[in-house]
Design a protein around this ligand. Sequence first.
Ligand code: ADP
Ligand code: MG
Length: 692
Amino acid sequence: MKSTPHSLTDLRGVGPALAEKLGRLGVTQPTDLLFLLPFRYEDRTRIAPIGSLLTGQRAVIEAEIELTEVVYRGRRNMLCRLADGTGSLTLRFFYFSRAQQQGLARGKRVRCYGEVRKGTGGLEMVHPEYRILAEQDPQPLDKHLTPVYPATEGIQQGRLRSLIGQVLESRTHNCADLLPAELAAGHKLPALDAALEFLHRPPAGAALDELAAGRHPAQRRLIIEELLAHYLSLRQLRDRVSHLQARSLAPAGDNIAKFLRNLGFELTGDQQSSIDIIRRDLAATRPMMRLVQGDVGCGKTIVAAVAALLAADADTQVAIMAPTELLAEQHRDNFSAWLQPLGISVAWLSGSLKAAQRKRALAAIADGEAQVIIGTHALFQAGVEYARLGLVIVDEQHRFGVHQRMSLMEKGSAGSFRPHQLVMTATPIPRTLAMTLYADLDVSVIREMPPGRQPVTTVAVSDQRRGEVVSRVKDALASGQRAYWVCPLVEESAALHYQDAESTHAMLSEALPGIAVGLIHGRMKAAAKEQVMKAFADGQLQVLVATTVIEVGVDVPEATLMIIENAERMGLAQLHQLRGRVGRGSGQSTCVLIYSSQQPLSAHARQRIEVMRETNDGFIVAQKDLELRGPGEVLGKRQTGLLQMRVADLGRDAWLLPEVQQLADELLVRYPEQVDMLIERWITRADDYSNI
Ligand code: ADP
Ligand code: MG
């Protein structure tokens, strides 16, 4: 038995430089390597007869060379024709040396590994890995499936395999199984050792399809453990918060009544009840940790404004953080209009402030003169000191990580008091998921929409009919409506056939003479973006061509048309968010999903578009989103902003959550001493404080 490596540099081939690279992947000790799991496997355990190959399959073949020749078809190609008695196949090389060409001589036997494609003259492998077999030297095949690890900055697959192999071989007692055997058995979970061994070295014949779907028991063991760690950390957070002190904010006076009278509309029942609960939370001496969840357009901003007013009236400061500069600016304008007439000072802090303005803002925040402070994450950067922070409001929370909530609370603490926290999200997620993701929060849901809203009609058309869409938009503009035209990227990317915002802007400006068409995208300076957005809100611009920067929060009630280019590339959550930009006034609104005709729609894209046409209800969209997002649809995952985890994928694994909760209850009662170690293993400290 080899000795157990204790530090990374005990492993063969690891020096300080590699140890540092590994550190950036969260690997600080040898056993951490075991938790970097393969994302797919290659089967090099058996030789496939050429006659059995299917296109798209990756396989090992062994065959005799019949002919190697260099041909010129536009460019130089080396073709090497093989046969194994069951069929024939061509190897194709675009880059090759003379020595390679001579090595692949007629009559030699080769073993190749590669992806099978359909070529002009039958099956092909392009640039396969290959080895010429010597007569007397039979090359053994692999005993295990070959793991393929996710691309890791500058660390080769081979190197990673060797390091993980070393740890697996030497591992004895230092990768503790943190799930007591009794609980694991009760939930039919394999032991940790066995699961890790299997996942890094699946035996020949292991069920590749089960592994690809993330449904193998060995994966389930790790997925459940990771979800459990996250869930426990949130329960722990909730528990810790309940022991912290906050100022009780119970303002007297009639500012709230005045504010509501000035609004010009009645609150919905759901808005009113959220406000009632927040008022009660704020009056308590433990920090409020409340999430207000409600679909786009349900009116969360008013709820936030009332909360801010309550805190400001109780003589404390309020920090309101939005995920984008644009959204923060809109809040600044709204809150200033609502609160300044009531004698409350509203301040602004963003990354783009000039040094002198920033200095002034910081001074006003530090001496308490600024009561409501609005901005981006700049609100919690080093150097920002609050005089008496009573409440932190985080808008569109899905953009912020779960573990950042605690860090916000730490940063905002003043003396022994912690601020209350209100987070608002338009990502309506199904209940089981909410109970896990937000286990540290109390949740209020706003389901009711303000009165008079009409559901948005959604239609889908191919980009070949873009001309018809343009003329419909023209008619609508003539009757005073306004339109958004959303494109995924700023510049044309030929490879992806995206309809880019700049060329769309040019196209529309020409097709719509006499109409003011604006352009807004993420690379513009904040001031320029604000100017364009304002012009659109004021009606100086009638069409706004935009990248997805307008995705969250921005409010222009007169906009009734939302045209989305390359809708097939976007996830459901993002499409729904974008559609939520229209249908905010009382007019009938329409959302047009334009899909590319360059390629046939994938089954998932087709279903997403179908869901959008069928429903306007964010909760249904979210449920479908979870059901539809298959493994590999990374696009959707990032857009919904669900937790990024190492092994688990909430979209794929949400069905395991009830079991995770049950396991957590059992663990807390019977083995509470395991909890900290589990959290420690799965949740790196680095996650907690990044991106804020
Ligand atoms: P979201 O929940 O997406 O943040 P907003 O707070 O931006 O939604 O509200 C959307 C629009 O609805 C705003 O123009 C707002 O003034 C309006 N609104 C909010 N509440 C009501 C209400 N009770 N009655 C009428 N309009 C409302
Ligand atoms: Mg909002």
